[in-house]
Design a protein around this ligand. Structure first.
Ligand SMILES: [Zn+2]
Length: 82
């Protein structure tokens, strides 16, 4: 291996490392918006069910599972009628 080859290898290694660092910073490692906003578990004190990712993705900032959301909406409606 001559000097030129060694230089190229060092350069490639450096580029690979820099790329890996960038990926770790901005790439796949970065969670999506809905992942940080949406609750992973239903925040209802009585429930605590896992909220499916499809629901979390569909409604960024979601806090309750579908059952609790519906129950709460029903209760709110009932309270308005009284
Ligand atoms: Zn729930």
């Amino acid at each position: 291996m001559d000097l030129h080859d060694q230089a190229t290898e060092a350069e490639e290694l450096h580029r690979e490392r820099a790329l890996a660092q960038l990926l770790a910073k901005f790439g796949q490692a970065r969670p999506a918006d809905w992942e940080t906003k949406s609750a992973k578990w239903c925040t209802d004190a009585q429930c605590g069910e896992r909220i499916p990712d499809e629901r979390r993705r569909a409604i960024p900032g979601v806090k309750f599972c579908m059952e609790c959301q519906e129950r709460r909406e029903r209760q709110e409606r009932r309270q308005r009628w009284i």
